[in-house]
Write a protein that binds this ligand. Structure first.
Ligand code: UTP
Length: 301
């Protein structure tokens, strides 16, 4: 069985929920506390043993490439000023030469199309797919657990989490079959099921390990919901000939593709930083106290 060495990061979406911020800044470069969202996702992949990072970018996304490049002048200045802590930290985040590749999705035709754009860079081997909108908060990365499961089962792996059943119609939902190692057999997938028809409350949370045969299906460029080329449609076709397993992730996931999820991520990651925790808690307490209904009424008048 081939090892999972490569990861694909589709970062070519328009980010319309974040306009006007995303007019010129990719949403993946918005910062959660002090580092861009994409950095968290790349770090998760690195922890899982990924050796090659493939970014599917689009217009206005060049800054992502710069972020993962060596900033020679910055490093020199930090060294001259004796800022060794910051310099050493930056070095730990720097991919090795040759570990990154960038390709372009010229028109954002959907997630499935973005994944297809990475076909030649991935080649004939299994690969991880991480949606950079979703960032996760656990010591061991979600993808690490998925790679461990994959080494037992092979096939394709999709990470899932529980949602409120009343919200299931907003997500891609999988059906749960029998347990296999630390995962379970997936018995079906449905993208945004009609209310009351979802096969479970397990939603796809943005982490996948896929076999390269997915590219042959995506190559047909069939349009689905929203007239976009949908990854779920291609996975449903692949499911007819290959096994799919679910990995039930139990850590916290933040949807940084929506402003509310992004704000929550900032608060959660700041609270998780020992040096910030007390001051951020104090700020939150003050802000909540300010929500006193009388004050809110005065402000509205
Ligand atoms: P989203 O649908 O959440 O991203 O796609 P979006 O289109 O950028 O956001 P909104 O809805 O307009 O606010 C999930 C992931 O797939 C990527 C996005 O960049 C995001 O990381 N994507 C989506 C592509 O790379 N290309 C596409 O054509 C669509």
């Amino acid at each position: 069985m081939k090892r999972v060495r490569k990861a694909v990061f589709p970062v070519a979406g328009l980010g319309t929920r974040f306009l006007p911020a995303t007019k010129s800044i990719p949403k993946e470069m918005l910062t959660v506390v002090d580092r861009p969202v994409i950095q968290y996702v790349v770090d998760e992949a690195r922890k899982a043993g990924i050796e090659h990072f493939i970014f599917v970018t689009g217009r206005n996304k060049g800054v992502i490439e710069d972020h993962f490049d060596l900033q020679f002048e910055l490093n020199e200045t930090l060294a001259q000023r004796g800022k060794t802590t910051q310099l050493d930290f930056l070095k730990t985040l720097q991919p090795e030469p040759g570990q990154t590749s960038f390709t372009r999705q010229q028109v954002p035709l959907g997630l499935g199309h973005a994944v297809w754009c990475a076909r030649d860079l991935v080649g004939e081997e299994p690969f991880a797919l991480l949606l950079p909108d979703m960032i996760m908060q656990t010591d061991k990365s979600c993808l690490s657990d998925m790679v461990e499961l994959y080494e037992e089962t092979g096939g394709n792996i999709i990470a899932v989490q529980e949602c409120d059943p009343a919200e299931a119609h907003k997500y891609g939902i999988v059906g749960r079959g029998k347990d296999v190692h630390d995962g379970f057999e997936i018995t079906g997938m449905v993208e945004k099921p009609k209310p009351g028809t979802a096969p479970s409350n397990l939603y796809i949370n943005g982490r996948y390990i896929l076999q390269p045969q997915i590219f042959g299906i995506l190559a047909k460029q069939e349009r689905g919901t929203g007239n976009e080329i949908q990854l779920t449609d291609a996975m449903l076709k692949l499911e007819k000939t290959q096994r799919f397993y679910g990995y039930h992730y139990r850590g916290s996931t933040f949807d940084c593709g929506s402003p509310e999820g992004f704000v929550e991520a900032n608060i959660a990651f700041a609270l998780a930083r020992p040096e910030m925790r007390a001051s951020v808690l104090g700020m939150l307490e003050r802000l909540i106290a300010d929500l006193d209904p009388r004050k809110a009424m005065q402000a509205a008048e």
